[in-house]
Design a protein around this ligand. Structure first.
Ligand code: CO
Length: 503
């Protein structure tokens, strides 16, 4: 690097290198999206290889020492614009984290997760944790190594949390979960003491095509830009993007349960609106990326729950739903429909859980992961520990491993530290929605008339346009005037369910 190069030249060089790496990563994302949607079964073998090759190329390009030198040089320049400086700072931070991992370690981890994913599927088919146990032990071992390589303070799990949620720690999560569990348990008890909501009409027969068409109309109405994305079907709904100008979402349809398609459409649309709102001119650079997983999840949850399970929004949407399914919904009023979609019942499966019991599913996984990573619990203890926790916190008996500790794909992907972002996302969502209501006096009214454009504009302004400039707590502080305060979430739940269950 010669000092004769101007800052502008160096920055252009940096930008083009990062964008090329992004080109490789997003190309891998296209292959991954295809794998989950349209890939014929025989294509799976080579597809795995293609994805591994692209990931390796992206990692090698990123940890190239000459990129490190370029970033150091840029950071020492005093004449970068604010946005440029922030990009460089964040890239250097990423670089210093990534370069600790040798390509050999990345490959070992990637091989272990490919193998584990395969065994996890076998274990589910056999309904036996024992089939998964050996591979999971190796993965947990690798994750402990990963934490040691990455470095951490206080608790090894902090190193893993940091990958999904910069600044998140065991101390923060212990506080949040200890503040929330007793109020949530009391709420579950109050609800449990009341007569259960009738939701039988949600389980009538809803033909696939009509559900799909209705879902597409909902998505459009919520502001999804079909010129910059599309929706397809997949086994498990997800959102991915290849730039802010091409965001893909998927849903699944169950003809005997109206819930699956509808709230996965709204949830994934929430993720997609965030991605579509990231600044396109920052493509490939940190300011063009999402802030954190909990902020991502806050966007999906806000649309799914605070809007998509509210009485005011359904008041405007329900007539068109009733027109689409006149037979199935002929006896249900908008009010009855609203109650049915908010029915609370502790159950075994996280992804089907209601808004109250959901957080016990997350808390149990959080405690388990934390103790696995510091060695307090061993992999062999998982099923017994899991079953006991479900009994303690949710009062449900786990009948088998498939409906117990084998239900989630995350561990087989090597994702430890991911689950807590689901709960944080809900808590941030409630706080943001409350701030939006305070700041926009007409918000309730416009949502009640089916117009969510002012809400979207608020989120674009407060969250989306900033990309990765701020960590979660800073974004939350700026958008709502406070860092995370779970009272917003608790009072949202209390107001809602007091009304629905009459206590
Ligand atoms: Co989500």
């Amino acid at each position: 690097m010669t000092l004769t190069k101007s800052t502008a030249e160096l920055y252009t060089n940096y930008k083009s290198r990062l964008q090329k790496i992004a080109d490789v990563k997003y190309s891998a994302a296209v292959l991954q999206w295809d794998q989950e949607t349209y890939l014929p079964p025989k294509g799976a073998g080579f597809r795995g290889q293609q994805l591994a090759t692209l990931s390796e190329i992206a990692h090698e390009w990123f940890i190239d020492p000459s990129l490190g030198q370029l970033l150091e040089e840029l950071q020492s320049r005093g004449d970068l614009a604010d946005d440029e400086r922030r990009n460089v700072e964040l890239s250097l931070e990423d670089y210093n984290k990534q370069k600790k991992f040798t390509p050999a370690f990345i490959r070992k981890l990637s091989e272990a997760t490919s193998r584990s994913f395969h065994t996890w599927i076998q274990a589910r088919n056999a309904n036996s944790f024992d089939v998964f146990r050996n591979d999971l032990e190796q993965l947990v071992q690798l994750k402990k190594e990963e934490a040691a390589i990455a470095g951490y303070e206080h608790h090894p799990y902090n190193a893993l949390l940091d990958q999904y949620e910069k600044g998140s720690t065991v101390a923060l999560l212990d506080r949040v979960f200890s503040e929330i569990r007793n109020p949530l348990r009391e709420l579950l008890q109050k609800i449990g003491a009341r007569p259960q909501i009738d939701d039988h009409f949600l389980h009538s027969h809803f033909p696939q095509q009509q559900q799909w068409d209705f879902g597409m109309r909902l998505i459009k109405q919520l502001g999804f830009d079909f010129e910059a994305g599309r929706q397809d079907l997949s086994e498990h709904p997800f959102t991915t993007n290849f730039s802010s100008q091409d965001v893909r979402i998927t849903t699944r349809v169950d003809e005997n349960d109206f819930n699956h398609m509808t709230w996965s459409c709204i949830h994934e649309t929430g993720h997609a609106l965030y991605e579509q709102g990231l600044p396109a001119e920052e493509y490939g650079l940190p300011l063009g990326e999402y802030a954190s997983l909990s902020i991502h999840e806050s966007q999906s949850r806000l649309w799914e729950n605070n809007v998509g399970r509210s009485l005011s929004w359904w008041t405007s949407v329900y007539p068109s739903l009733q027109q689409t399914f006149p037979q199935q919904l002929k006896d249900a009023s908008a009010e009855q429909f609203y109650k049915a979609i908010n029915k609370v019942q502790p159950s075994l499966i996280r992804t089907e859980a209601d808004e109250v019991s959901y957080h016990f599913h997350v808390m149990i996984r959080y405690e388990l992961e934390k103790n696995l990573i510091n060695g307090t619990i061993s992999v062999a203890d998982i099923p017994a520990w899991w079953n006991e926790s479900y009994n303690t916190w949710l009062g449900v008996k786990v009948p088998d491993d498939k409906r117990g500790c084998l239900q989630d794909v995350h561990w087989s992907h090597g994702s430890f530290g991911y689950f807590p972002t689901y709960s944080l996302g809900s808590f941030y969502a409630a706080q943001m929605f409350s701030a939006a209501e305070n700041q926009i006096p007409t918000l309730r009214q416009s949502i009640g008339s089916g117009d969510t454009s002012t809400l979207l504009a608020w989120l674009r302004e407060k969250v989306h346009r900033h990309g990765r400039r701020y960590i979660s707590e800073e974004l939350c502080q700026q958008a709502t005037g406070k860092t995370l305060d779970i009272q917003y979430f608790l009072s949202y739940l209390l107001d809602k369910y007091r009304n629905i269950y009459n206590f």
